[in-house]
Design a protein around this ligand. Structure first.
Ligand code: GLV
Ligand code: GLV
Length: 328
């Protein structure tokens, strides 16, 4: 009996070639335009699928699962985050969920550090000044940023990515890290030897950190964790960077804090919504730099992610244990 696989987007080249070559016994349906599959297409193409290979731009909820039907065995998302997937609804239907952990840790940590430096050193203002002819002269006092050496860095979520960020920042002279999460993580602390790494409550992290990096998953506990109140507790010179999910930040609160000059500088790779409309107020602040959710965006990493997503979905369709379940 043949199986059906729905792939919701064109994949990086080598994975796309695998899809085009096909898999024995599997009929493949793919949305090939380079934009998110429209909801109506998702609902109709999912019909009869045994496996769905999706992206973080696709909301996978009860409606999609019901549209697919009871034969659906696996949802494989080409992402490490899975806040776009309704896990309890999958569980109710015995559908397994595959993710792509590990392979995007380095690329995402690189992007986090990129934004820390860009924000701390006022990259946007510097680039804009050059482009707009506002580069008058070398000046002892112009465009001064802040230096990372000996600063305290707060890491929200000391998972794989948080650890990789801390290791990178050590090379910039950071020796003290405070971290927040559901529990102390002595194993993770040991992966950052030579630094002072301390579990901290959120209040202390907010008050004492010179730089704050958000590296946690979006869930009920972290949704809107950063809001006007939390921003108000930060140092007025803080460098705040979010490369996790836009929903962890209550954006109107961030905009208000920026307006009132309560934040030193901000770097975001994730927003609400995505894409962020060009008339968003968030884009008006010279000390806020926004990237278009490209944390894992290297050819190497995206290829590794799509390969894992394929392995997960193929194993799931065959009814085998999938290599990278969300709850490993
Ligand atoms: C990207 O944001 C991911 O979750 O993989
Ligand atoms: C994601 O890979 C994390 O655990 O930080």
């Amino acid at each position: 009996q043949r199986h059906k696989l729905l792939v919701t987007r064109t994949l990086p080249l080598s994975s796309q070639e695998r899809i085009e070559r096909g898999f024995e016994g599997i009929d493949i349906v793919q949305w090939k335009e380079d934009r998110a599959i429209p909801r109506s297409e998702l609902l109709s193409l999912a019909k009869g699928a045994d496996g769905i290979l999706c992206l973080l731009t696709d909301k996978i909820d009860a409606e999609v699962l019901d549209a697919a039907g009871p034969q659906l065995k696996v949802v494989s998302t080409m992402s490490v985050g899975y806040d776009h997937v309704n896990v309890p609804e999958l569980e109710k239907r015995n559908v397994v969920l595959g993710i792509t952990p590990g392979v995007l840790t380095e690329a995402t940590a690189d992007t986090t550090v990129l934004l820390v430096l860009a924000a701390a050193r006022r990259l946007r203002e510097g680039v804009d000044a050059v482009l707009q002819g506002k580069w008058g002269t070398w000046s002892p006092t112009w465009l001064l940023g802040s230096q990372l050496t000996d600063k305290t860095v707060g890491i929200v979520g000391l998972g794989r990515i948080g650890v990789a960020v801390a290791k990178r920042l050590q090379a910039f002279g950071v020796q003290k890290f405070l971290y927040q999460g559901t529990r102390p993580k002595p194993e993770a602390e040991k992966e950052i030897p030579g630094a002072h790494v301390e579990f901290s409550d959120l209040d202390r992290l907010l008050k004492e950190s010179d730089v704050i990096c958000v590296c946690c998953a979006l869930n009920d506990k972290t949704q809107n964790m950063f809001n006007y109140e939390t921003f108000s507790k930060m140092k007025s010179s803080v460098v705040f960077v979010n490369t996790a999910r836009g929903g962890i930040v209550e954006q109107p609160g961030l905009i208000r804090a920026l307006k009132e000059g309560r934040l030193g500088s901000v770097g975001l790779d994730v927003t609400v919504p995505e894409p962020l409309p060009t008339d968003s107020e968030l884009l008006k602040f010279p000390n806020c730099i926004v990237l278009p959710h490209i944390g894992s965006g290297t050819l190497e990493t995206r290829t590794a992610m799509s390969e894992i997503a394929i392995e997960n979905v193929l194993s799931g369709i065959k009814g085998e244990k999938i290599p990278h379940p969300h709850n490993a």
